[in-house]
Each structure stands twice: as C-alpha cells, then as structure tokens.
Design a protein. Structure first.
Length: 395
C-alpha cells in the first residue's frame, strides 16, 4: 500500500515517495497538504493551478514545487474593497492554452460585481482585467472557447463571451428566464472545441445549446421535456447525457436524438456519471451502479454509437462515496478511477476494459487529470490535500 501522509499544520508539505506495486515502480511522486480547501482542476502542460478563496498557487507538475503564488491580500487591484464590500474571494479559474493565460473570476461581496482577470500562466502577472459593462454579476460557470474566448454564464440569466487576449466583451446575451430555470450555485459550461464551437450549459436537470457568435439559444432540453442528470460533449459533436435509466446522445446542432442506451434492455446497471471520452479512440466510459442500498459501482465502456463494449470489476460501498468517484481519461490511452472511501485503489483501465494496474492508497482521492507518462493528479475528499501518483499500466 502506498502510505499517504495525514494532515500537517504547515501551509504545504512536499514529500517524495515511491513504491513498487504489483511488480511495477508505481506510487506517490509528491504531495501537498493545504490549510484550507482548494480547487485544483486547471492544468497546463507543465503546471497545476490550485485555488483557495484567497490564494492561487502554480505548482510544477514534475515535482510539486511552487512556480509562483498570488494572494488577494497583497494585490488590492484585484479586489478594491469599500464600505459596501467586506471580502473578496477567487471563485472560478480556467487555463486558456490558446493564449497561455489563467482566467480567474474574483467574487466581491456587497454591491460589487465579479471581476475577471487573466494571469500569465508562467509568471502569475496580470495580463488584463475586466469588470464588464456594469460588471459581471453572479458568475456561476466559465469555459474556454475554440479560439481562446472566455465564456461566462451567470445566475442572472446571462451569457457573456470575452476576447481571450484582451478581456473585452464580444457579446452579451440575456437568457429568457421562462426557458432557463434557476439552477443553484454552479452551471457546467462547455464549448464544442472539436467542430462547431457551440456553447453547452448544464443547469440542474436541463441542458442548453448557444450560438457561439450571437449567444442565441439554439435548443433547450426543457422544450423536449427530457430530465437529465449530466452531460458531456463527445469528439463527434454529440451531447451524451445521463437520465435516470439511460444514456442519450443528442446532436449538438439541434438536440435531435441520435441514439439511446436503456438499462432495462441492455444491462442491469444504471448510468451515474457524465460520459468520459477517450480522445484517441471512438469510445467512452461512464460510472454505473445496480441501484441497491449498498451500491455496486463499476465502469462501463461504450462506443460513441451507443454500444456497450465492457463492464469493469464491481466494487461495493455506500452511495455517499460512489457518486464522487468519477473516472478520468489520460492521454496514454487509459482510464483512471478511485472507487473507495478512505482506503482504496487507483484502478487503471485499458480502452478495452481490462484492469491494467491497481495502485493502493490509504485515503479517498479523486482523479483530476493524467499525463502521457501515466502520472495521475488527484485531490482528496477534504479538498485540502493533492497528490501526484505514478502508475505504470503498460509495464
């Protein structure tokens, strides 16, 4: 078992540890323990950008060392406080590979709207900063477009697209509230960067498609009466969504149904996560369970035309742990999945569903990204600990 260290009082701790697991040199490369919750889902080819409410830290992917750090308290220009504003906090970030910048949303309390800032990904220096016309109100999701545009969605029913190099507003499109219901705190925003550039937003059980040039609403799942739990865009410009007992593939241009996989006729397992795509092959995986009180979870592999190809080993544990165990795909052609609660394994699946390797860990870690050399980057359930773990599925 790869023993991962427990909490420590310092801001972070760098530990180098390797082990031999299942005959291969696999194990912990480095880790860091933070004092506060962090979000860590922004990556460049060389850097992992980790965000807390007050700090952004850029970590070297190879060894976890800090490349640069930005603190709100020492950068007042990012958040000018006043009598109407009691605090500022980083709320969203996304790496813009088109321009090599990190897009950051700073939430301001009181009457002040959010600010959007682009940081140089290598240095952390401010490239541009925008408050938008009247400010960006209630930003609830961001994404990067085909040509480096920054797409913002707000809870006040508005979509805004900014030029990625300057932050100037390309267009602002109000959304009809009768079409788009209120959907809580976060909106999942994606852009079809493979083909059409169409903006897709997932808001609770509803999915919407937007014209990338005008912001016009092209289609809405509310019009079809389809109740969905999640969606993702395939490399073939499909929206593959999860309902209570089905996977449904919709055309991204008009939301017409292309195929449906139904649990009652195909398999005794129910889809429970967004589709995760292998970008080198025509297949994807999704998390499935059997619907029991002690849920049996596993991965199911599909081709992008809706045929189930394989079902992985079944792991049984309480539902509270299962729904966070979303798999990811790595450029090396393998899927990474951590299905446990406190003690578990990093399961490494090949594209045909075979278990290529298991790396034992002693805490619940959610995979966020993986590289072509089999290193997988993870965050734990407390959101205060991150780790880089070497796997060797091909050895």
């Amino acid at each position: 078992m790869v023993q991962l260290p427990g909490p420590f009082p310092s801001f972070f701790l760098l530990v180098i540890f390797c082990a031999t697991v299942n005959g291969a040199s696999s194990g912990l490369l480095w880790d860091q323990q933070f004092q506060t919750e962090v979000a860590g889902n922004a990556f460049s080819n060389t850097t992992w950008f980790v965000m807390s409410q007050q700090t952004i830290t850029a970590l070297d992917l190879s060894n976890g060392s800090t490349q640069w750090q930005l603190d709100l308290s020492s950068n007042p220009s990012l958040c000018p406080l006043s009598t109407y504003s009691e605090y500022c906090a980083f709320s969203y970030l996304a790496y813009n590979s088109y321009y090599g910048t990190l897009a950051v949303v700073v939430l301001q309390s009181g009457l002040f709207p959010s600010k959007v800032t682009a940081l140089n990904g290598q240095t952390g220096k401010v490239v541009w900063q925008q408050g938008g016309p009247g400010g960006f109100q209630n930003v609830s999701g961001i994404a990067i477009g085909q040509n480096g545009e920054l797409v913002l969605v707000s809870l006040s029913s508005q979509i805004e697209v900014l030029y990625g190099n300057t932050g100037e507003v390309f267009f602002t499109s109000p959304v009809d509230p009768s079409v788009t219901p209120y959907c809580g705190v976060d909106v999942n925003v994606q852009v079809d960067t493979y083909n059409t550039g169409i903006i897709v937003t997932t808001c609770g059980p509803y999915v919407f498609g937007w014209d990338p040039l005008t912001g016009d609403n092209l289609w809405s799942s509310t019009k079809q009466g389809t109740y969905l739990y999640g969606s993702n865009i395939s490399p073939y410009s499909q929206v593959i969504a999860t309902s209570s007992d089905s996977l449904i593939a919709f055309s991204i241009t008009d939301f017409s149904t292309e195929w449906t996989w139904n649990v009652t006729t195909k398999a005794p397992y129910y889809p429970r996560s967004d589709a995760v795509f292998d970008l080198q092959n025509s297949n994807f995986v999704t998390l499935v369970d059997d619907g029991l009180s002690l849920v049996n979870f596993t991965l199911a592999g599909f081709t992008t035309d809706g045929n189930q190809e394989w079902l992985g080993p079944v792991v049984t544990y309480p539902p509270s742990g299962g729904y966070d165990a979303i798999p990811i795909w790595g450029p090396a052609g393998f899927y990474y999945w951590v299905p446990g609660l406190e003690q578990s394994s990093i399961w490494v699946f090949s594209e045909n569903g075979n278990v290529a390797e298991q790396v034992q860990v002693d805490r619940f870690l959610q995979p966020l990204s993986a590289d072509g050399s089999g290193v997988v980057y993870l965050i734990d359930s407390t959101l205060e600990y991150i780790a880089a773990v070497q796997t060797n599925p091909s050895s």
